[in-house]
Design a protein around this ligand. Sequence first.
Ligand SMILES: *Cc1c(COP(=O)(O)O)cnc(C)c1O
Length: 397
Amino acid sequence: MSSENWRTATRLLHEAPNRTEFGETSEALFLTSGFVYDSAEQAAATFTGDVQHFQYSRFGNPTVDTLQERLALLEGAEACVATATGMGAVSSAILSTVKAGDRVVASRAIFGSCYWIVTNLLPRYGIETELVDGTDYDAWERALSKPTAAVLIESPSNPMLDVLDIARVAELTHKAGGLLIVDNVFATPLGQSPLKLGADVIVYSCTKHIDGQGRVLGGAVLGSSKWISETLQPFTRNTGNALSPFNAWVLLKGLETLQLRTDAMARNAAAVADALAELPGIVQVRYPGRADHPQHELAKTQMNNGGSMVAFVVDRGREGAFAFMNAFKIIAISNNLGDARSLATHPATTTHMRVSEEERARLGITDGAIRLSVGLEDPADLIDDLKRGAAAVAALA
Ligand SMILES: *Cc1c(COP(=O)(O)O)cnc(C)c1O
């Protein structure tokens, strides 16, 4: 069971084994809602906690447990709870930790539904919230000069890929008495380790790179055993945010190839970002792995690679961006990301359409901005597709 000195590629396959007496190669899929007891005494002892026995899949399931254990060991976290979706992970992490009268601070550039939770949902429950420009550390100091229960950040951020100094925000959060929750979806568990930088909790949408093949929704929350067992788990168990065992099993299959996929995607993204920078009609390229990214030096210390996401701005605003995307033959138009297939999004009219125009301007989400999730295709074919996009914009003139 001990795997202290295994390397990541090995851990993704062999960590937290859970083989039954049948000796199956692949993890068993326990597609069951409930469990039975040998006796009334055993049932009673299970409920008092004197006997370890599964009770009900909303509380625990062997396939889901294997995924949780493997993710925790991979991340170097003490504990993990898998959830039905990534938003299930984010909402449970925040709501389990705060109460009326508390204060929550978040970086402004966060995933659309996270933004809704912070700006809409939390205030309804009497929680004061404040948004901060994630790369303005004077603003962080001001916002965290008051007692704060929780801070939520995303780095690299969605969609324009700002890189935030996780260690610096962690220090300020702890001074304010709070818990730092990092949404690590864009970086992936292999690309960045927020716990090592001082974060307290990591949340994932496993829907993205961990599945990575467009099949299932899932989420995960990782943190200390104490916080998970005393704060998060009572909340998730009683509010019903459980991951389906089937989805857990698919995600375990996804983990087996996670390193292969994320390494190749980062290599492809770097090639695509460099090619984009040379194309006519591209006003700006944002990729943390490029020297012209405003936080490139920080990204180099905090991330293991530049990631699989590239943002860029096309000339001629929305008309240009639409013409660019409509010319693609390979890259699909989709708001999803982290997939084996390359996907492009126009944030201003889709994922961020509900964000006010003023707020979009602050986030750098102009009408010409496109977010590209780079997949596993041959990068030369992707670059040909981007050339088709650039030619379509040039033809508008
Ligand atoms: C997709 C995503 C989420 C939400 O995950 P779901 O699985 O769709 O619920 C949260 N944060 C980020 C950064 C995401 O990309």
